[in-house]
Write a protein that binds this ligand. Structure first.
Ligand code: ATP
Ligand code: RIB
Length: 291
């Protein structure tokens, strides 16, 4: 089982050929409302990739809350630890350009009310193979979860923020993209950044978009996994899909390289579809693409 302590957002997505600058108005091509948020995305990616998953988080008592709960539940995610709090759910305002690239503004809403896991949350987390964390909750909540979890902790350090020592000390595997890796280490070369990350945590994967991913461990293992060549339509949640699938493959005890290929295959399938939780592949789809 995989547990996720993280955010749920409603993604309000504008698809446009021209991304507006300050003071500029443009006409876009399409709009969609899609459940997302890095925590919910990783939970759904892991569930579709074949694991039992529990999600610990919060939604607001607005119209979006029940939609996000239903989306998680329909993917088979245990939502018994999902709180409903007064006020707005988390919102992500997303612009997707014609190359499938995105820019995002996140308004935390209900996610911002979490201060840490409760005793009941920790009991659920303690029954899992790994706890997945991201940085869309208040830092004190993320630190509390990482330090109190009795299972391996996987951190996606996104959106990029300063990482306190108390958090890094409790992380087993960190999975930044290349920009987050550079922000953490001050090094733009991925190989050098990977080495610096391993001074902070025992294992690291740097995802490199269409260039694949780099893995390293303190025990000296180094792997480079290429991306699967595909035409990207929308890369939103590629990183979340990668992490969710990677956690499943590791929980199944697969060798490191095989686990990374499984994750890269799931992520490549996700970039060919629009949206966050709408883009994640199922286990049969990942297995078929791996053949
Ligand atoms: P996002 O923030 O958009 O969710 P990210 O920046 O966290 O993504 P990336 O490094 O862009 O993460 O992508 C994660 C993984 O997804 C990559 O390591 C790769 O395996 C896969 N991926 C991303 N973009 C592509 C692409 N254009 N083609 C194939 N695979 C891709
Ligand atoms: O990682 C993708 C996610 O980031 C989106 O679903 C959006 O909610 C933002 O949080």
């Amino acid at each position: 089982m995989i547990s996720v302590f993280g955010s749920a957002n409603m993604d309000l997505v504008a698809y446009t050929s021209v991304v507006p600058g300050r003071g500029e108005t443009v006409t876009g091509r399409a709009f969609s409302t899609v459940p997302g948020g890095k925590g919910a995305n990783q939970a759904i990616a892991a569930a579709r990739a074949g694991a039992a998953v529990a999600f610990v988080g919060a939604v607001g008592d607005d119209a979006f809350g029940p939609v996000m709960r239903d989306t998680l539940a329909s993917a088979g995610v245990d939502v018994s630890r999902l709180r409903v709090v007064p006020g707005s759910s988390g919102i992500a305002h997303i612009v997707v350009d014609d190359e499938g690239g995105n820019s995002i503004i996140v308004i935390p809403g209900a996610n911002g009310t979490l201060t840490g896991p409760s005793e009941e949350d920790l009991a659920v987390i303690g029954r899992s193979d790994a706890l997945l964390l991201q940085l869309e909750l208040p830092m004190e909540a993320v630190v509390a979860a990482a330090r109190q979890a009795s299972v391996p902790v996987v951190l996606t350090p996104a959106p990029a923020r300063d990482l306190p020592y108390e958090l890094l000390e409790a992380v087993d595997l960190i999975v930044p993209n290349e920009h987050e890796a550079a922000a953490i280490t001050g090094l733009t070369d991925p190989g050098a950044a990977l080495k610096a990350l391993l001074d902070l945590v025992p294992e690291a994967v740097i995802t490199l978009g269409s260039k694949g991913a780099l893995y390293g461990s303190r025990s000296g293992e180094r792997l480079r996994v290429p991306a699967v060549p595909v035409k990207a339509v929308d890369t939103t949640a590629a990183g979340d899909t990668f992490v969710g699938a990677l956690a499943v493959a590791r929980a199944e005890g697969r060798p490191q390289e095989e686990a990374l290929r499984f994750a890269a295959t799931a992520a490549a399938l996700s970039v060919q579809r629009k949206g966050a939780t709408t883009s994640m592949p199922t286990r049969p789809q990942i297995d078929a693409a791996l053949q």
